[in-house]
Design a protein around this ligand. Structure first.
Ligand SMILES: [Mn+2]
Length: 428
């Protein structure tokens, strides 16, 4: 019998909500998985990619990761992994560094045999390069074979990778595909092969509502019930509590009703997401957020779904769209650095192909001059709305997407974004 922990999407180094506490949470979750592996004496830990949140983890995240991997190594438990899309660099991979240190094995087309199972790896490959894949894997003589891969595979949500094609074209007959990339845990059977995602180990977005965990996969040729037995069990992790409050306001109701609803929950140390719908009076998101943190929440975010309706009458003259854009920009109290980004994206003197490079250069120039950190502070150009705009309300959705495509987040007024953590490249 061979028992392995299958985990992935740990996203170490992610300062979610620009919070150092959240950043630590992601490393802690990885450590919790490794604790369980050591306590339980499993035969291996299999990691299906996105160990790091981006391709440039900071030294403290690298050191934290190395010390966790060292504990696993001291316990004699191998760490077998592939490279995910978030952490992938053009040159060598971080995983190669850990392999060089003797702390990890990078899986590929040669089998790595642990007990009764042979493990193979398939790093994340962009859609545009998948046609070149030949799924050629070297032979093995173990009882079972498992493919560890990072990507969005059928039959689960957002899939763009056909699982049956992979299984049909592979030289090896896989009993299981142990996957990463989709943060929602799920298991299915495709052409007699188990296909499973353990999900992320900390919520990397507020859309990841259900509890976090990992898989325990058991390969057991001698098990009762036949010789083809692969069992996948899910185990829960104790992670940062997230509280979701939805408030539907009726005519005449307002902030006090929102507070009342928020107070019904246990907010202690939690990330709190409040969603307001319905009718009622205007609510200041920042005030509700402050109320929730005063009541013990670690972080609070308010999304007022009514806003788009309320602002229904936007006065835009299409005679000159540039004027309309300029007016709106003036109201947004953007920092000088954010304006740099905005200009680079919109200016027609910068060809599209150079936008990324131009933005990167301009931000780096500002970061190089320490005196210029003020350039990252929002300016008071808007008529009156900048006072309560601490970046809380209009940033409330910044973490909803895993893709980090929102350049606004990188230029957020939060001090964390000025200490060099944010790499523009990852946001564009
Ligand atoms: Mn991921």
């Amino acid at each position: 019998m061979t028992r392995v922990i299958h985990t992935g999407d740990t996203h170490i180094g992610y300062s979610q909500y620009h919070s150092p506490v959240r950043r630590q949470d992601f490393l802690d979750a990885f450590e919790a998985v490794v604790d369980d592996a050591v306590d339980d004496g499993v035969d291996a830990v299999v990691h299906a990619g996105d160990l790091f949140h981006d391709r440039r983890p900071e030294l403290r995240d690298l050191m934290g990761t190395i010390s966790v991997l060292r504990r696993l190594d001291d316990a004699g438990i191998p760490f077998l992994a592939v490279v995910g899309n978030h952490e992938s660099t053009r040159g060598g991979q971080w995983l190669d560094l850990f392999e060089r240190l003797g702390l990890a094995t990078r899986l590929g087309d040669e089998p790595v045999v642990v007990g009764e199972a042979a493990f193979y790896g398939l790093d994340h490959v962009p859609v545009s390069r998948r046609d070149d894949l030949d799924y050629a894997f070297a032979d093995h003589d173990a009882e079972y074979a498992a493919l560890v891969a990072h990507g969005l595979f059928e039959p689960f949500g957002y899939a763009d990778w056909d699982t049956e094609t992979v299984l049909t074209e592979s030289d090896v007959n896989f009993d299981a595909m142990l996957l990463g990339d989709n943060h929602t845990p799920d298991t299915a059977e495709v052409a007699d092969t188990w296909v499973t995602y353990p999900g992320s180990t900390e919520r990397a977005s507020a859309s990841e509502r259900e509890g976090r965990g990992y898989n325990l996969v058991v390969f057991d040729a001698d098990a009762a019930g036949g010789d083809d037995r692969v069992e996948i069990r899910r185990r829960a992790l104790d992670t940062r509590p997230f509280v979701f409050v939805s408030v539907e306001l009726r005519e005449g109701e307002g902030e006090s009703r929102v507070r009342e609803r928020v107070r019904e929950y246990d907010l202690a140390e939690a990330v709190v997401h409040v969603e307001i719908t319905g009718e009622g009076d205007p609510v200041t998101p920042a005030a509700v957020e402050e109320f929730a943190t005063d009541e013990g929440a670690l972080i609070a975010r308010v999304t007022d779904r009514r806003e788009t309706d309320a602002d229904g009458e936007v006065d835009v003259s299409f005679a000159d769209p540039e004027d309309a854009v300029r007016d709106r920009l003036d109201e947004m109290a953007l920092s000088t650095a954010a304006r740099d980004v905005e200009r680079a994206v919109r200016e027609d003197t910068v060809p599209d192909a150079n936008v990324r490079e131009t933005v990167k250069r301009r931000v780096e120039e500002r970061l190089d001059e320490e005196a210029d950190l003020d350039a990252f502070e929002p300016v008071d150009s808007g008529p009156g709305d900048s006072e309560e705009n601490d970046g809380g309300d209009d940033q409330s959705n910044a973490d909803e997407s895993d893709a980090e495509s929102d350049p606004a987040e990188a230029t957020d007024s939060d001090p964390a974004s000025t200490d060099g953590q944010v790499s523009m490249e990852d946001y564009l």
